[in-house]
Ligand binder design. Sequence first.
Ligand SMILES: *Cc1c(COP(=O)(O)O)cnc(C)c1O
Length: 397
Amino acid sequence: MADLSWLTTQLDELKAKGLYNEIRVIESPMAGRIQIAGQEKLNFCANNYLGLADDPRLKHAAHAAIERYGIGPGAVRSIAGTNQLHTQLEQDLAQFKGAPACLTLQSGFAANLAVIPALVGVEDVIFSDELNHASIIDGCRLSRAKVVRYAHNDIGDLQAKIQETTGYQRRLIISDGVFSMDGDIAPLDKLCEVAEEHNILLMVDDAHGEGVLGTGGRGIVDHFGLHGRVDVEVGTLSKAFGVVGGLVAGKQVLIDWLRQRARPFLFSSAMTVPDVAACIEAVHILNHSDELVARLWQNARLMRTGLSSLGFDTGNSQTPIIPIMLGEAALAQAFARRLMTLGLFAMPIAYPTVPLGKARIRVMNSAAHTTQDLEEALSIFAQVGNEMGILPATTNH
Ligand SMILES: *Cc1c(COP(=O)(O)O)cnc(C)c1O
């Protein structure tokens, strides 16, 4: 066997720099409170925006589907045929989002790897927001198209980059819908105007907006009222939908093309039966009630006002993703450790995920939290903020 001691060296280096990621083991369902190492913790880490990860209706739907269809898909859909649950979910999602057609993939990550290389290649150019998600970056690389990064949410810079980039065939603008580290929203209406003005394809990855933004969680295209004007909508079923899976929505011809050409669709098996059945139930729930989405936003508002009235800097957040800006990585790590000791699980985020000096605690809100959870959380944040000298001294008696 080959010598892998260089990996040990690399890992030791990460540990020395405080960049080694220790993954917590959870001994309970994913919910507003979870159990870690035998102890209950308030959970502000998950993307389980609507609390659907442990919803009894989704669990029931998954059980029933397993009884009828079993578990695994058997092979890729293009070879072994496709279970009718997959086509039903795709129809339901298209209808929910007000899009002509939809294709599901194994994950949001796979959806980006599926769609980008199917649309552009070596002779083409992609204009990509500098803060786009890793799966978009990888999808762009796989396509072998030229990638031109524009400054985050900066329409002026995008316009300038488009003007100075000539000689390519097809062109594609790609942006995250909601940016996962700051919780700010892409100006999709303006991106749409630019795309239309220059006749460029437009793609948005709405992973953190799916089930969160728009009427009853219909996503960023609904939020801005841009139905029929965004060529490609990518989304995930792994966040607000509480399950796992990815989706692409757009014109029927786009979806037909992906079924012929998208490699993660052609060469990797589909979402499992219980996943698909649970997602169908999630869409059904959102079609019938906006209660969970309303509770999510109410909780996020309570948390944001609570944190900023304590004196924390919550950055540019416009969504249920709320950063507590702390500055140095070591401070963010110490802050998170102290939160954990006091019974609250929240992630410290530092360079290279965010720029140097912009380390933070990322507070992920969810409809799964009760008002009591939030009040308890705020008092823990206040205590740690005071102890560590981050908050104005006045609140400390
Ligand atoms: C989370 C995320 C993904 C990945 O989604 P999965 O379904 O977990 O693979 C893709 N794009 C963006 C913008 C995300 O935030």
